[in-house]
Design a protein around this ligand. Structure first.
Ligand code: WT7
Length: 650
């Protein structure tokens, strides 16, 4: 089938079937007998969310049961007070009596090599590392550790070893620059960094240890760098320890200690509307409950499943749905260190057939890239093992949804379009496969126990089809607890816009059937290929360059990436002649160096001044229009310098 025919058949399907009925084989182990009983359970959970979560919490292992399900001292929420739990115990030890030889992970490298780990093996590796961290480094509950690693099993082993001994981990995606790594390590006072000498992607070798060394040089809190040597000739410097030697003489069993349900499990830095990224703090008991329950229901996990979430562990999707949510359910996951279209555009489909993947969870950006590459790459593989597809990270356009459904899922796999955020910890809005009828482009309805709403400027519930702000009306167990070292910003950022409501930062509407349609951010956060970036963060990076006087960054709609980054820059007059072409290259490289390649501007436009209101605020709406080539729309009468949005030609 060529691109043209598949496109027109997709259009036909879209006209004919807007609503997809759930296939019956999904009425599932999610304990849902049928749509009617699900509807009853859902209604009940809206009236009494605590009751719903409390019942689900029984399925986790607790060393001591909680006495109070939920305590709410706005804006601080605590769950399962008095409960004692160990997250790693729930992910590993609990499964050993029944399934020690089941695979926990199948790892594939870009070169096609494969490694597998059973639950027993994973438990032993985690135990060894946990023992070494306690015995040799004296790490203890309350300490923090940074993880800057490629997607290899050791990254997950490090997470679980930390969780096991009560050390909060802070994972930094191994595509961030040394400066970004440094900022995050300093903010969280990390004592140790887990890393590898090298990472592999798109046929390239990434020198991770170099980035870590640059960062560590300016991080006094870091006492040790633990390096997984993939190249045996890598030389170690001062305070660097070889991973394998470090663990070799340690016992392969470890007794997990109970921690308070509210003990912080990890920090994860994410971009906000102002300044530096913020450290989202997640708890142990509530977080684990959120990810375990949603993974079980939404991915309909069954014993034989081979589940593949393509996210890196550096993002929340990796934390929740590569590691904690899946292991808590004793599921088998595939992880792949490499690019899904390398060395050819059909690599992802080849891997699915090779390992008989049954559930695929990926991002709309990736789906659009596969779609653009052409159907021939997909249809040459059977993909008959697939039974469920997922989407996450940005709104999925109906065309991409249909392509995913028809070409990848052969019309038989439901798609779970899952809406959530780093802050929410787990999925909050999603269909339940086999239960919720699907509409392409809608994340459908809130998960049980999640009270979501769409409100107008005044905080009043919007009428059907009226656009407004997505809010959550009641705290939920896997909600962020605060921002590390910054409770004020936590309050201000999430709980101030609407009294008593959690503000998501997303715009949305709800249709007559109560289906949520999420449009994307309404604040100064942009979403580029499913990665979250703050426009202010990129602006600060730009103005730290000596040739930049002022900068404003906006997102421009992009067919493939969702949004692309456009920067408006006012150059500083240095007396020298300006070579714009060279400066563009220099500024792009500068941003990569300051933040990482994911923040590289797609376009830089130079202007003599930036359009500002009389009160000095940059008129972003106008810049957004300019960036996307639109006529300047709306009211510009408050513009201080209307005639001066003059682009200097490059
Ligand atoms: C923002 C959160 C949550 C995992 C990855 C992103 C957007 C996320 C969807 C979806 C529409 C979505 C929102 C949200 N988003 N999932 N299914 N439909 N938009 O986490 O980096 O914290 O970004 O991603 O705008 O606020 P994140």
């Amino acid at each position: 089938m060529d691109n043209k025919t598949s496109k027109s058949s997709i259009e036909t399907v879209m006209k004919e079937t807007r609503v997809f009925s759930p296939p019956t084989e999904f009425t599932s182990q999610a304990l849902i007998k049928d749509s009617k009983s699900y509807q009853e359970l859902w209604e009940e959970s809206q009236k009494n969310p605590e009751k719903f979560w409390q019942k689900e919490a029984e399925s986790l292992h607790w060393f001591e049961k909680w006495h109070t399900t939920h305590e709410w001292k706005e804006p601080f929420s605590r769950w399962f007070l008095g409960g004692k739990i160990n997250v790693a115990y729930n992910c590993l030890d609990r499964h050993l009596p029944t399934q020690k030889d089941k695979l926990a992970y199948i790892w594939e490298g870009e070169d096609g090599s494969v490694r597998t780990l059973t639950f027993q093996q994973l438990y032993e590796e985690v135990s060894q590392l946990a023992n070494a961290l306690e015995n040799k480094l004296g790490l203890k509950p309350g300490d923090t550790a940074a993880i800057y690693m490629p997607l290899v099993p050791e990254a997950i082993i490090a997470m679980l070893a930390c969780a096991r001994i009560g050390v909060a981990h802070s994972i930094v995606f191994a595509g961030f620059s040394s400066l970004s790594l440094k900022d995050r390590v300093l903010d969280a006072d990390c004592k140790i960094i887990f890393t590898a000498d090298l990472g592999y992607r798109r046929g390239q070798t990434l020198d991770l240890k170099k980035i870590v060394r640059e960062a560590v040089a300016e991080c006094p809190s870091v006492q040790t760098t633990l390096i997984l040597r993939r190249d045996p000739t890598t030389q170690l410097s001062k305070n660097e320890i070889d991973w394998n030697t470090f663990v070799a003489d340690q016992s392969r069993t470890h007794k997990a200690q109970p921690f308070d349900s509210e003990h912080p499990l990890f920090y994860l830095y994410t971009s906000g509307t102002t300044g530096k990224p913020k450290g989202i703090v997640h708890s142990s008991g509530g977080y684990l409950l959120g990810v375990a329950t949603t993974a079980k229901w939404i991915f309909d996990l069954k014993d034989q499943d081979i589940y593949w979430c393509t996210a890196d562990i550096g993002w929340i999707t990796g934390h929740s749905y590569v590691v904690y949510g899946l292991l808590a359910n004793g599921a088998t996951s595939l992880i792949y260190e490499g690019a899904p279209m390398h060395p050819q555009a059909g690599r992802i489909w080849e891997i699915i057939d090779k390992h008989k993947v049954t559930i695929l969870y990926t991002a709309p950006t990736a789906i659009r890239a596969f779609m653009r590459a052409g159907d021939e790459y997909v249809i040459k593989h059977s993909l008959k093992s697939l039974r469920l597809l997922g989407s996450v990270g940005e709104p999925i356009n109906p065309e991409a949804w249909m392509w995913y459904h028809q070409i990848v899922g052969k019309g038989k796999c439901p798609i779970v379009d899952t809406w959530w955020q780093t802050e929410t910890g787990s999925i909050l809005i999603s269909p339940i496969p086999g239960v919720t009828p699907l509409k392409p482009g809608s994340a459908t309805r809130p998960f049980p126990g999640i009270v979501a709403d769409i409100v107008n400027e005044e905080g009043k519930t919007c009428a059907p089809n009226e656009g407004g702000y997505l809010v959550i009306r009641h705290p939920w167990p896997s909600m962020l607890r605060t921002l590390h070292k910054n409770p004020e910003r936590y309050k201000e950022g999430y709980w101030s816009r609407f009294k008593g409501l959690y503000f998501t930062g997303d715009g949305a509407h709800r249709d007559e059937q109560g289906y949520f349609w999420i449009k994307g951010r309404v604040d100064d956060v942009i979403n580029v290929s499913g990665h979250r970036l703050g426009t202010m963060e990129i602006e600060s990076a730009l103005v730290s360059h000596p040739r930049v006087a002022e900068a404003a960054v906006v997102g421009r709609p992009d067919e493939l990436k969702g949004q692309s980054i456009v920067a408006f820059v006012t150059p500083r007059d240095s007396g020298e002649k300006l070579d714009i072409k060279i400066l563009v290259q220099e500024l792009k490289a500068h941003v990569v160096n300051e933040i990482g390649a994911l923040a590289r501007p797609d376009e830089i436009k130079f202007t003599k001044t930036l359009p500002k209101t009389r009160s000095g605020k940059i008129m972003r709406r106008l810049l957004k229009d300019l960036a996307s080539g639109k006529e300047i729309s709306g009211d510009t009468t408050t513009l201080e310098n209307p005639g001066l949005i003059e682009i200097i030609e490059s």
